[in-house]
Design a protein around this ligand. Structure first.
Ligand SMILES: *Cc1c(COP(=O)(O)O)cnc(C)c1O
Length: 416
Protein backbone atom coordinates (compact mmCIF):
# COMPACT_ATOMS: atom_id res chain seq x y z
CA UNK A 1 0.00 0.00 0.00
CA UNK A 2 1.32 3.35 -0.95
CA UNK A 3 -0.34 5.88 1.28
CA UNK A 4 2.25 8.43 0.23
CA UNK A 5 0.52 8.81 -3.14
CA UNK A 6 -2.71 9.72 -1.41
CA UNK A 7 -0.81 12.27 0.65
CA UNK A 8 0.62 13.85 -2.49
CA UNK A 9 -2.59 14.03 -4.48
CA UNK A 10 -5.17 14.42 -1.75
CA UNK A 11 -4.00 15.64 1.65
CA UNK A 12 -7.52 15.93 3.02
CA UNK A 13 -8.26 12.25 2.46
CA UNK A 14 -4.73 11.32 3.55
CA UNK A 15 -5.33 13.11 6.86
CA UNK A 16 -8.49 11.12 7.41
CA UNK A 17 -6.78 7.84 6.49
CA UNK A 18 -3.90 8.55 8.86
CA UNK A 19 -6.35 9.57 11.51
CA UNK A 20 -8.25 6.32 11.12
CA UNK A 21 -5.12 4.21 11.24
CA UNK A 22 -4.05 5.97 14.43
CA UNK A 23 -7.54 5.69 15.90
CA UNK A 24 -7.46 1.92 15.40
CA UNK A 25 -3.94 1.73 16.78
CA UNK A 26 -4.78 3.74 19.89
CA UNK A 27 -8.20 2.41 20.85
CA UNK A 28 -9.68 -0.96 21.70
CA UNK A 29 -11.96 -2.10 18.87
CA UNK A 30 -14.62 -4.08 20.72
CA UNK A 31 -17.46 -3.75 18.25
CA UNK A 32 -18.28 -7.43 17.94
CA UNK A 33 -18.56 -7.25 14.14
CA UNK A 34 -15.18 -5.58 13.62
CA UNK A 35 -11.66 -6.89 13.26
CA UNK A 36 -8.30 -5.83 11.82
CA UNK A 37 -7.07 -7.40 8.58
CA UNK A 38 -3.41 -8.02 7.82
CA UNK A 39 -1.25 -5.72 5.71
CA UNK A 40 -1.43 -8.42 3.03
CA UNK A 41 -5.23 -8.22 2.88
CA UNK A 42 -5.06 -4.41 2.81
CA UNK A 43 -2.63 -4.58 -0.08
CA UNK A 44 -4.79 -7.03 -2.03
CA UNK A 45 -7.83 -4.81 -1.52
CA UNK A 46 -5.86 -1.79 -2.73
CA UNK A 47 -4.68 -3.56 -5.87
CA UNK A 48 -5.26 -2.86 -9.58
CA UNK A 49 -8.07 -5.41 -9.61
CA UNK A 50 -10.27 -2.47 -8.64
CA UNK A 51 -9.92 -1.35 -12.27
CA UNK A 52 -11.51 -4.23 -14.07
CA UNK A 53 -14.91 -5.59 -15.00
CA UNK A 54 -15.31 -9.33 -14.51
CA UNK A 55 -19.03 -9.96 -14.84
CA UNK A 56 -19.61 -13.69 -14.84
CA UNK A 57 -17.62 -16.39 -13.08
CA UNK A 58 -14.13 -17.89 -13.49
CA UNK A 59 -13.82 -19.34 -16.99
CA UNK A 60 -17.06 -17.70 -18.16
CA UNK A 61 -16.78 -13.92 -18.17
CA UNK A 62 -18.66 -11.35 -20.19
CA UNK A 63 -15.51 -9.23 -20.61
CA UNK A 64 -12.01 -9.73 -21.95
CA UNK A 65 -8.95 -9.34 -19.75
CA UNK A 66 -10.05 -11.54 -16.87
CA UNK A 67 -7.29 -14.15 -16.68
CA UNK A 68 -5.89 -12.88 -13.38
CA UNK A 69 -9.33 -12.15 -12.02
CA UNK A 70 -10.13 -15.78 -12.74
CA UNK A 71 -7.04 -16.91 -10.84
CA UNK A 72 -7.92 -14.80 -7.82
CA UNK A 73 -11.60 -15.71 -7.69
CA UNK A 74 -10.85 -19.42 -8.12
CA UNK A 75 -8.34 -19.25 -5.27
CA UNK A 76 -10.93 -17.55 -3.06
CA UNK A 77 -13.53 -20.20 -3.95
CA UNK A 78 -11.21 -23.17 -3.44
CA UNK A 79 -9.97 -21.85 -0.11
CA UNK A 80 -13.50 -21.13 1.10
CA UNK A 81 -14.55 -24.66 0.18
CA UNK A 82 -11.68 -26.01 2.20
CA UNK A 83 -12.32 -23.70 5.17
CA UNK A 84 -16.02 -24.46 5.53
CA UNK A 85 -16.31 -27.80 3.76
CA UNK A 86 -18.99 -26.54 1.41
CA UNK A 87 -19.83 -28.11 -1.98
CA UNK A 88 -20.42 -24.79 -3.67
CA UNK A 89 -19.28 -21.28 -2.75
CA UNK A 90 -20.06 -17.91 -4.27
CA UNK A 91 -17.57 -15.24 -3.16
CA UNK A 92 -19.08 -12.34 -5.11
CA UNK A 93 -21.64 -10.79 -2.71
CA UNK A 94 -20.47 -7.29 -1.83
CA UNK A 95 -21.58 -7.72 1.79
CA UNK A 96 -23.30 -10.08 4.19
CA UNK A 97 -26.65 -8.42 3.54
CA UNK A 98 -26.23 -9.03 -0.17
CA UNK A 99 -25.33 -12.64 0.46
CA UNK A 100 -28.72 -12.96 2.15
CA UNK A 101 -30.41 -11.14 -0.69
CA UNK A 102 -28.81 -13.58 -3.11
CA UNK A 103 -30.29 -16.54 -1.26
CA UNK A 104 -33.76 -15.00 -1.04
CA UNK A 105 -33.70 -14.14 -4.74
CA UNK A 106 -32.54 -17.66 -5.63
CA UNK A 107 -35.46 -19.52 -4.09
CA UNK A 108 -38.20 -17.12 -2.92
CA UNK A 109 -40.84 -15.15 -4.79
CA UNK A 110 -41.97 -11.70 -3.67
CA UNK A 111 -44.63 -12.17 -1.00
CA UNK A 112 -43.18 -15.48 0.24
CA UNK A 113 -42.86 -15.94 3.98
CA UNK A 114 -39.69 -15.61 6.05
CA UNK A 115 -39.48 -16.55 9.72
CA UNK A 116 -36.53 -14.92 11.50
CA UNK A 117 -35.35 -13.78 14.92
CA UNK A 118 -36.66 -10.46 16.22
CA UNK A 119 -34.10 -7.67 15.70
CA UNK A 120 -34.19 -6.64 19.36
CA UNK A 121 -33.48 -10.26 20.31
CA UNK A 122 -30.33 -10.40 18.20
CA UNK A 123 -31.57 -10.70 14.60
CA UNK A 124 -30.33 -8.69 11.62
CA UNK A 125 -31.97 -6.03 9.44
CA UNK A 126 -31.56 -8.19 6.34
CA UNK A 127 -33.64 -10.94 7.96
CA UNK A 128 -36.79 -8.96 7.29
CA UNK A 129 -36.92 -5.71 9.24
CA UNK A 130 -39.61 -3.40 7.84
CA UNK A 131 -36.98 -0.74 7.02
CA UNK A 132 -34.99 -3.27 4.97
CA UNK A 133 -35.64 -4.65 1.46
CA UNK A 134 -36.34 -8.05 2.99
CA UNK A 135 -39.19 -6.67 5.08
CA UNK A 136 -40.64 -4.89 2.09
CA UNK A 137 -40.49 -7.75 -0.40
CA UNK A 138 -41.40 -10.69 1.82
CA UNK A 139 -43.96 -11.42 4.51
CA UNK A 140 -42.07 -11.71 7.77
CA UNK A 141 -42.85 -13.27 11.13
CA UNK A 142 -40.41 -13.33 14.01
CA UNK A 143 -39.33 -15.76 16.67
CA UNK A 144 -37.67 -14.85 19.94
CA UNK A 145 -35.24 -15.86 22.61
CA UNK A 146 -36.61 -17.11 25.92
CA UNK A 147 -37.28 -14.06 28.10
CA UNK A 148 -35.97 -15.80 31.22
CA UNK A 149 -32.85 -17.54 29.95
CA UNK A 150 -31.84 -15.45 26.94
CA UNK A 151 -31.34 -18.70 24.99
CA UNK A 152 -33.13 -19.32 21.71
CA UNK A 153 -36.63 -20.58 22.29
CA UNK A 154 -36.56 -23.57 19.93
CA UNK A 155 -40.01 -24.78 21.02
CA UNK A 156 -41.47 -21.33 20.47
CA UNK A 157 -39.85 -21.34 17.04
CA UNK A 158 -41.50 -24.68 16.22
CA UNK A 159 -44.90 -23.36 17.34
CA UNK A 160 -44.58 -20.16 15.35
CA UNK A 161 -43.45 -22.14 12.31
CA UNK A 162 -46.47 -24.46 12.55
CA UNK A 163 -48.81 -21.47 12.59
CA UNK A 164 -47.05 -19.21 10.10
CA UNK A 165 -46.02 -21.88 7.56
CA UNK A 166 -42.88 -20.06 6.38
CA UNK A 167 -41.14 -20.65 3.07
CA UNK A 168 -37.81 -19.93 4.71
CA UNK A 169 -36.48 -19.97 8.25
CA UNK A 170 -33.45 -17.79 8.92
CA UNK A 171 -31.03 -18.64 11.72
CA UNK A 172 -27.73 -16.98 12.62
CA UNK A 173 -27.60 -13.70 14.52
CA UNK A 174 -25.93 -10.37 15.27
CA UNK A 175 -26.11 -10.27 19.04
CA UNK A 176 -26.61 -13.83 20.26
CA UNK A 177 -23.86 -14.96 22.64
CA UNK A 178 -24.67 -18.67 22.68
CA UNK A 179 -23.99 -21.67 20.48
CA UNK A 180 -26.72 -22.18 17.89
CA UNK A 181 -28.16 -25.69 17.61
CA UNK A 182 -28.46 -25.86 13.84
CA UNK A 183 -30.01 -29.32 13.76
CA UNK A 184 -32.90 -28.24 15.96
CA UNK A 185 -33.68 -25.39 13.60
CA UNK A 186 -33.28 -27.71 10.62
CA UNK A 187 -35.84 -30.07 12.21
CA UNK A 188 -38.29 -27.20 12.45
CA UNK A 189 -37.60 -26.24 8.82
CA UNK A 190 -38.12 -29.84 7.72
CA UNK A 191 -41.40 -29.98 9.64
CA UNK A 192 -42.56 -26.76 8.00
CA UNK A 193 -41.27 -27.79 4.57
CA UNK A 194 -39.28 -24.55 4.54
CA UNK A 195 -35.79 -23.69 3.35
CA UNK A 196 -33.26 -23.03 6.10
CA UNK A 197 -30.77 -20.20 5.70
CA UNK A 198 -28.07 -20.14 8.37
CA UNK A 199 -26.48 -16.69 8.40
CA UNK A 200 -23.15 -17.12 10.16
CA UNK A 201 -22.01 -13.53 9.46
CA UNK A 202 -20.65 -13.07 12.97
CA UNK A 203 -19.14 -16.49 13.44
CA UNK A 204 -17.69 -17.38 10.03
CA UNK A 205 -14.20 -17.56 11.53
CA UNK A 206 -15.29 -19.53 14.58
CA UNK A 207 -17.09 -22.04 12.36
CA UNK A 208 -14.13 -22.31 9.96
CA UNK A 209 -11.84 -23.04 12.91
CA UNK A 210 -14.21 -25.60 14.43
CA UNK A 211 -14.69 -23.50 17.55
CA UNK A 212 -18.44 -23.23 16.85
CA UNK A 213 -20.50 -26.05 15.33
CA UNK A 214 -21.09 -25.71 11.60
CA UNK A 215 -24.40 -25.45 9.76
CA UNK A 216 -22.70 -26.41 6.49
CA UNK A 217 -24.29 -29.66 5.38
CA UNK A 218 -27.21 -29.06 7.76
CA UNK A 219 -28.93 -25.93 6.47
CA UNK A 220 -29.82 -25.52 2.77
CA UNK A 221 -27.90 -22.26 2.55
CA UNK A 222 -25.16 -20.71 4.63
CA UNK A 223 -24.22 -17.06 4.26
CA UNK A 224 -21.39 -15.23 5.93
CA UNK A 225 -19.45 -12.02 6.11
CA UNK A 226 -15.72 -12.04 5.56
CA UNK A 227 -14.70 -9.26 7.95
CA UNK A 228 -15.92 -10.18 11.45
CA UNK A 229 -14.37 -13.26 13.05
CA UNK A 230 -12.41 -14.00 9.87
CA UNK A 231 -10.02 -11.33 8.63
CA UNK A 232 -10.54 -11.33 4.87
CA UNK A 233 -11.77 -7.78 4.33
CA UNK A 234 -15.26 -6.48 3.77
CA UNK A 235 -17.61 -8.73 1.87
CA UNK A 236 -20.03 -11.60 1.83
CA UNK A 237 -20.06 -15.25 0.85
CA UNK A 238 -22.75 -17.85 0.09
CA UNK A 239 -22.38 -21.61 0.53
CA UNK A 240 -24.74 -24.37 -0.57
CA UNK A 241 -25.00 -27.90 -1.90
CA UNK A 242 -24.36 -28.43 -5.59
CA UNK A 243 -28.09 -28.75 -6.27
CA UNK A 244 -28.54 -25.00 -5.65
CA UNK A 245 -25.26 -23.86 -7.22
CA UNK A 246 -26.73 -22.50 -10.47
CA UNK A 247 -29.68 -20.81 -8.72
CA UNK A 248 -27.34 -19.05 -6.30
CA UNK A 249 -24.83 -18.00 -8.93
CA UNK A 250 -27.44 -16.52 -11.22
CA UNK A 251 -29.20 -14.79 -8.31
CA UNK A 252 -25.93 -13.02 -7.41
CA UNK A 253 -25.04 -12.22 -11.03
CA UNK A 254 -26.98 -11.10 -13.01
CA UNK A 255 -29.75 -11.23 -10.39
CA UNK A 256 -28.65 -8.53 -8.01
CA UNK A 257 -25.12 -7.36 -8.85
CA UNK A 258 -23.14 -6.29 -11.86
CA UNK A 259 -19.38 -6.64 -11.85
CA UNK A 260 -17.87 -8.27 -8.77
CA UNK A 261 -15.51 -6.20 -6.60
CA UNK A 262 -12.44 -8.13 -7.73
CA UNK A 263 -10.08 -6.24 -5.40
CA UNK A 264 -12.24 -7.31 -2.46
CA UNK A 265 -12.31 -10.86 -3.76
CA UNK A 266 -8.50 -10.72 -3.77
CA UNK A 267 -8.73 -9.67 -0.10
CA UNK A 268 -11.00 -12.63 0.55
CA UNK A 269 -8.55 -15.00 -1.17
CA UNK A 270 -5.65 -13.74 0.94
CA UNK A 271 -7.64 -13.71 4.18
CA UNK A 272 -9.01 -17.21 3.55
CA UNK A 273 -5.46 -18.38 2.85
CA UNK A 274 -4.36 -16.94 6.19
CA UNK A 275 -7.28 -18.68 7.90
CA UNK A 276 -6.17 -22.04 6.47
CA UNK A 277 -2.97 -21.77 8.49
CA UNK A 278 -2.92 -23.78 11.69
CA UNK A 279 -2.51 -20.72 13.89
CA UNK A 280 -5.94 -19.48 12.85
CA UNK A 281 -7.51 -22.21 14.97
CA UNK A 282 -5.53 -20.87 17.90
CA UNK A 283 -6.72 -17.37 17.11
CA UNK A 284 -10.36 -18.44 17.02
CA UNK A 285 -10.05 -20.43 20.23
CA UNK A 286 -8.33 -17.49 21.92
CA UNK A 287 -11.11 -15.18 20.72
CA UNK A 288 -13.66 -17.39 22.47
CA UNK A 289 -11.51 -17.86 25.59
CA UNK A 290 -11.06 -14.11 25.78
CA UNK A 291 -14.81 -13.51 25.55
CA UNK A 292 -15.35 -16.03 28.35
CA UNK A 293 -12.78 -14.27 30.54
CA UNK A 294 -14.37 -10.92 29.77
CA UNK A 295 -17.82 -12.30 30.60
CA UNK A 296 -16.73 -13.85 33.90
CA UNK A 297 -15.06 -10.69 35.12
CA UNK A 298 -17.97 -8.44 34.10
CA UNK A 299 -20.26 -10.72 36.08
CA UNK A 300 -17.93 -10.63 39.07
CA UNK A 301 -18.46 -6.88 39.01
CA UNK A 302 -22.21 -7.48 39.27
CA UNK A 303 -23.12 -6.74 35.66
CA UNK A 304 -25.89 -8.82 34.14
CA UNK A 305 -25.17 -10.61 30.87
CA UNK A 306 -27.94 -11.76 28.57
CA UNK A 307 -27.99 -15.59 28.85
CA UNK A 308 -25.57 -15.38 31.78
CA UNK A 309 -22.40 -15.61 29.70
CA UNK A 310 -21.10 -16.47 26.27
CA UNK A 311 -20.10 -19.41 24.07
CA UNK A 312 -18.71 -17.27 21.26
CA UNK A 313 -16.86 -14.00 20.64
CA UNK A 314 -19.36 -11.56 22.14
CA UNK A 315 -21.10 -10.55 25.33
CA UNK A 316 -24.31 -8.61 25.69
CA UNK A 317 -24.64 -6.59 28.88
CA UNK A 318 -28.14 -5.74 30.06
CA UNK A 319 -27.63 -2.57 32.09
CA UNK A 320 -31.12 -2.50 33.60
CA UNK A 321 -30.63 -4.74 36.66
CA UNK A 322 -27.37 -3.13 37.83
CA UNK A 323 -27.64 0.40 36.41
CA UNK A 324 -31.32 1.08 35.65
CA UNK A 325 -30.79 4.81 35.13
CA UNK A 326 -27.89 4.46 32.73
CA UNK A 327 -28.89 4.16 29.06
CA UNK A 328 -26.63 2.19 26.69
CA UNK A 329 -25.83 5.21 24.53
CA UNK A 330 -24.37 7.10 27.53
CA UNK A 331 -22.10 4.16 28.28
CA UNK A 332 -21.10 3.84 24.62
CA UNK A 333 -20.11 7.51 24.50
CA UNK A 334 -18.27 7.49 27.81
CA UNK A 335 -16.35 4.37 26.81
CA UNK A 336 -15.44 5.93 23.47
CA UNK A 337 -14.03 8.93 25.36
CA UNK A 338 -11.93 6.46 27.31
CA UNK A 339 -10.71 4.71 24.13
CA UNK A 340 -12.90 1.61 24.29
CA UNK A 341 -15.05 1.41 21.17
CA UNK A 342 -18.18 -0.73 21.32
CA UNK A 343 -21.86 -0.23 20.67
CA UNK A 344 -25.09 0.26 22.55
CA UNK A 345 -27.40 -2.61 21.67
CA UNK A 346 -30.96 -3.66 22.23
CA UNK A 347 -31.56 -6.50 24.66
CA UNK A 348 -34.38 -9.05 24.73
CA UNK A 349 -37.44 -7.39 26.27
CA UNK A 350 -36.07 -3.96 25.38
CA UNK A 351 -37.76 -1.13 27.30
CA UNK A 352 -35.87 1.82 25.83
CA UNK A 353 -35.47 2.59 22.11
CA UNK A 354 -33.41 1.09 19.29
CA UNK A 355 -31.27 4.24 19.17
CA UNK A 356 -30.73 4.46 22.92
CA UNK A 357 -31.18 0.90 24.12
CA UNK A 358 -30.58 -0.77 27.48
CA UNK A 359 -27.60 -2.87 26.56
CA UNK A 360 -24.06 -2.78 25.32
CA UNK A 361 -22.45 -5.39 23.10
CA UNK A 362 -18.75 -6.15 23.24
CA UNK A 363 -16.64 -8.57 21.22
CA UNK A 364 -13.11 -9.90 21.36
CA UNK A 365 -12.12 -10.57 17.70
CA UNK A 366 -10.24 -7.27 17.33
CA UNK A 367 -8.47 -7.47 20.69
CA UNK A 368 -7.44 -11.05 20.02
CA UNK A 369 -5.94 -10.01 16.67
CA UNK A 370 -3.65 -7.62 18.50
CA UNK A 371 -2.57 -10.35 20.88
CA UNK A 372 -4.76 -9.94 23.95
CA UNK A 373 -4.99 -12.95 26.23
CA UNK A 374 -7.45 -13.70 29.05
CA UNK A 375 -5.56 -11.59 31.60
CA UNK A 376 -5.61 -8.58 29.33
CA UNK A 377 -9.32 -9.13 28.69
CA UNK A 378 -10.03 -9.31 32.42
CA UNK A 379 -8.33 -5.94 32.74
CA UNK A 380 -10.50 -4.61 29.93
CA UNK A 381 -13.55 -5.89 31.82
CA UNK A 382 -12.40 -3.93 34.88
CA UNK A 383 -12.07 -0.81 32.75
CA UNK A 384 -15.49 -1.27 31.16
CA UNK A 385 -17.02 -1.72 34.59
CA UNK A 386 -15.42 1.45 35.95
CA UNK A 387 -16.92 3.49 33.12
CA UNK A 388 -20.34 1.79 33.29
CA UNK A 389 -20.44 2.62 36.97
CA UNK A 390 -19.46 6.28 36.54
CA UNK A 391 -20.06 7.38 32.93
CA UNK A 392 -20.16 11.06 33.93
CA UNK A 393 -16.99 11.04 36.03
CA UNK A 394 -14.25 12.72 34.03
CA UNK A 395 -11.61 11.56 36.48
CA UNK A 396 -12.57 7.95 35.89
CA UNK A 397 -12.62 8.44 32.11
CA UNK A 398 -9.16 10.00 32.19
CA UNK A 399 -7.74 7.23 34.33
CA UNK A 400 -9.27 4.48 32.16
CA UNK A 401 -8.02 6.26 29.07
CA UNK A 402 -4.47 6.14 30.42
CA UNK A 403 -4.73 2.42 31.04
CA UNK A 404 -6.09 1.93 27.52
CA UNK A 405 -3.01 3.78 26.22
CA UNK A 406 -0.78 1.37 28.12
CA UNK A 407 -2.63 -1.63 26.70
CA UNK A 408 -2.55 -0.39 23.11
CA UNK A 409 1.18 0.32 23.46
CA UNK A 410 1.77 -3.14 24.86
CA UNK A 411 -0.21 -4.78 22.02
CA UNK A 412 0.54 -2.83 18.84
CA UNK A 413 -1.58 -3.42 15.76
CA UNK A 414 0.13 -2.34 12.54
CA UNK A 415 3.85 -1.54 12.23
CA UNK A 416 4.44 1.91 10.87
C1 LIG B 1 -23.12 -8.34 10.11
C2 LIG B 1 -24.24 -9.20 9.71
C3 LIG B 1 -24.57 -9.34 8.35
C4 LIG B 1 -23.84 -8.66 7.25
O1 LIG B 1 -23.84 -7.33 7.25
P1 LIG B 1 -23.15 -6.42 6.14
O2 LIG B 1 -22.91 -5.19 6.91
O3 LIG B 1 -24.15 -6.27 5.06
O4 LIG B 1 -21.91 -7.10 5.66
C5 LIG B 1 -25.57 -10.23 8.00
N1 LIG B 1 -26.20 -10.94 8.93
C6 LIG B 1 -25.91 -10.85 10.24
C7 LIG B 1 -26.62 -11.73 11.21
C8 LIG B 1 -24.93 -9.96 10.68
O5 LIG B 1 -24.65 -9.85 11.96
Amino acid sequence: MDEDSVRQTDPAVADALDGERNRQEDTLAMIASENHVSEAVLEAQGSTLTNIYAEGYPGKRYYAGCEYADDVEQLAIDRAKELWGADHVNVQPHSGSQANMGVYLAVLEPGDKILSLDLTHGGHLSHGHPANFAGQIYEVEQYEVDAETGYLDYEGLAETAAEFEPDMIVSGYSAYPREVEWERIQDVADGADAYHLADIAHITGLVAAGVHSSPVGVADFVTGSTHKTIRAGRGGVIMCDDEYADDIDSAVFPGMQGGPLMHNIAGKAVGFGEALDADFEEYAQQTVDNAAALADRLQEHGLELVSGGTDNHLVLIDLRPSHPDTPGKDVEEALEDAGIVLNANTVPGETRSAFNPSGIRAGTPGLTTRGFDEDACREVADLIYEVVDAPDDEGVIAEVSERVDELTDEYPLYDD
